[in-house]
Design a protein around this ligand. Structure first.
Ligand code: FES
Length: 394
């Protein structure tokens, strides 16, 4: 296990200090004087994470390929996972080297968590102070370390806030399975009371900031070409075995795309495409790279790629989209919309989502309790019982 470290404090990006947010700059996430709750509320951002440095790559990949929720490799997972991780390590290390020596996801997640908590302290003082935590599934700060830090900090009320806007059992489900396992192991007495923000695919704040990023990039095309740019919304793909189990992710990603297109007035043609397939088994397509290649061959060389399922830049945007696809094609008309990262409107959206959740009476969304039609996992059943009903693990 990696050593325990408190959440790093990052200076918020300059753009955070907009007129509407400037007054928040001096407010500490733990400084509310109107708190009715001494220990406040932990806001725990869940995500897969990424290696912040090159030496962390091999551990990251080992954890990733060991997770059958994310990459189901069948009964041989225990042997195949480490083998694939070892084989892929040098190539992935080289990719992280090219994008600056590591993934920026930890930095962005910490900025987002701190920013959202500062806003929440003002907008929802009843549950202040709001304490930011980040819990990654495969990289530091790994979920186990964060869980132990929360116990040590005396946390009694926590919100697990997925940073996958669209729910998949491979991603959010995997993080919640891990949290459930840790609650069973380290918190059998139920010191921490959990609730979950398990999905937010069409939240107006998310839709608005993605649409604005699209508009900003479209404005960089000559006016006479702008309306004919094809918008390619790109999301991480899923193995077809997961899709056919009845995973909600493809429908929820499509819902985000539709909401963004509605906001944009459907003024450009668009497609939803899928990236980052691994291994030979069938995955959900069409693949982003094949789509770009095919459209270019058909003469459509103005294409705008839009990351639609990530809340910050990481290797899938900075290497796969920017270098492997956009730079490789050598077409000046192929561009990418900005990721959400430290955009103040996005951080405000995170705070608004958390505020609505804290004001509500539900532990999770209604969807959360429903298992995939073909799910046979007892762990899913126990995890959903725990988070949707508060029933403590036995
Ligand atoms: Fe979806 Fe179990 S795999 S609920």
């Amino acid at each position: 296990m990696a050593s325990l470290r408190p959440l790093r404090t990052h200076p918020l990006p300059k753009t955070f200090f907009t007129a509407s947010a400037r007054s928040l700059a001096t407010v500490s996430p733990t400084s509310s004087s109107t708190s009715k709750n001494d220990t406040g509320t932990a806001i725990v951002l869940l995500n897969m994470g990424g290696p912040s440095t090159i030496p962390e790559v091999s551990t990251f990949l080992s954890r990733l390929f060991a997770d059958a929720d994310l990459i189901p490799l069948g009964p041989l997972q225990k042997y195949l996972g480490p083998l694939i991780a070892r084989r892929r390590t040098p190539k992935i290390e080289a990719q992280y080297t090219v994008i600056g020596g590591g993934s920026p996801i930890r930095r962005w997640s910490e900025i987002q968590a701190q920013g959202a908590c500062k806003i929440l302290d003002l907008s929802h003082p009843a549950t202040a102070p709001h304490k930011p935590y980040v819990a990654f599934r495969y990289a530091d700060p790994i979920t186990e370390d964060t869980f132990l830090a929360m116990k040590r900090d005396g946390v009694r009320r926590a919100v697990a806030f997925t940073q996958y806007p669209q729910y998949s059992c491979s991603t959010t489900g995997s993080s919640l399975n891990e949290l459930w396992r840790l609650a069973k192991k380290y918190d059998p007495e139920g010191q921490i009371e959990w609730s979950v923000i398990d999905r937010w695919p069409t939240h107006p704040g998310l839709v608005s900031v993605v649409a604005r990023h699209v508009e900003e990039k479209l404005a960089t095309y000559p006016a006479d070409r702008r309306d004919n740019v094809v918008l390619l919304f790109s999301a991480h793909s899923l193995p077809m075995s997961v899709v056919n189990r009845g995973d909600p992710y493809p429908a929820e990603v499509a819902a985000t795309v539709h909401a963004v297109m509605e906001k944009l007035g459907f003024k450009n043609a668009h497609r939803l495409v899928w990236q980052s397939q691994v291994g030979p088994s069938p995955w959900l397509g069409a693949q982003t790279s094949n789509t770009v290649e095919s459209y270019v061959k058909k003469g459509q060389t103005d294409l705008l790629l839009i990351p639609i399922a990530f809340t910050s830049d990481h290797i899938e945007t900075l290497h796969e989209l920017d270098l492997e696809i956009i730079e490789e094609t050598g077409q000046e008309g192929i561009k990418r919309a900005e990721s959400l990262n430290g955009d103040p409107e996005f951080i405000q959206a995170l705070a608004d989502i958390a505020k609505s959740h804290l004001e509500g009476t539900q532990r999770s969304s209604k969807q959360m309790a429903l298992r995939c039609p073909m799910c046979v996992s007892a762990r899913c059943e126990a995890q959903k019982n725990f988070f949707a009903t508060g029933k403590h693990p036995e």
